[in-house]
Design a protein around this ligand. Structure first.
Ligand code: ZN
Length: 139
């Protein structure tokens, strides 16, 4: 069995961002030499997500609005988490809604996706260095 590990780094210039990382994951699969197996992709921070959906700008706009309605950033005093002096309680909530990780099958050396599926990094407390783990196992 082959095993591969890589960290992808991000530093978004906005607090909230959605980045299509499918190409980077495909590059990792090529580097791994795995043709049959699984790839795990997870955010390594508790205020960021990895998720799968459509690469459609209207949808990303809708996600941003939906998340802001469910977990508004301000007033920051509404969250007990922010009593500690932080201001990112909303980002923890948004990450919980959008999830931590995805697992995708690798078949014949490619991501075995359904129609329109793409992998995204979701950032909810950006403007600093953050990581995503890519772990691949298989043969
Ligand atoms: Zn926090």
């Amino acid at each position: 069995m082959k095993s591969y590990r890589k960290e992808l780094w991000f530093n978004t210039n906005t607090r909230l961002a959605f980045i299509n990382i499918t190409g980077e994951v495909e590059k990792c699969i090529r580097e791994s030499g795995v043709s049959e197996g699984f790839v795990l992709v997870n955010a390594m921070h508790i205020t960021a997500s990895v998720f799968i959906n459509d690469d459609e700008s209207g949808l990303h706009h809708d996600y941003a609005n939906w998340l802001e309605k469910l977990a508004p950033h301000s007033p920051i005093e509404q969250y007990r988490h922010n009593d500690s002096g932080e201001d990112n309680a909303d980002a923890h909530m948004k990450r919980q809604l959008m999830g931590r990780e995805v697992v995708v099958a690798i078949t014949a050396g490619k991501l075995d996706f359904g129609p329109w599926e793409q992998i995204f990094y979701g950032e909810f407390d950006g403007r600093r260095n953050k990581r995503v783990l890519v772990k691949i196992i298989g043969e």
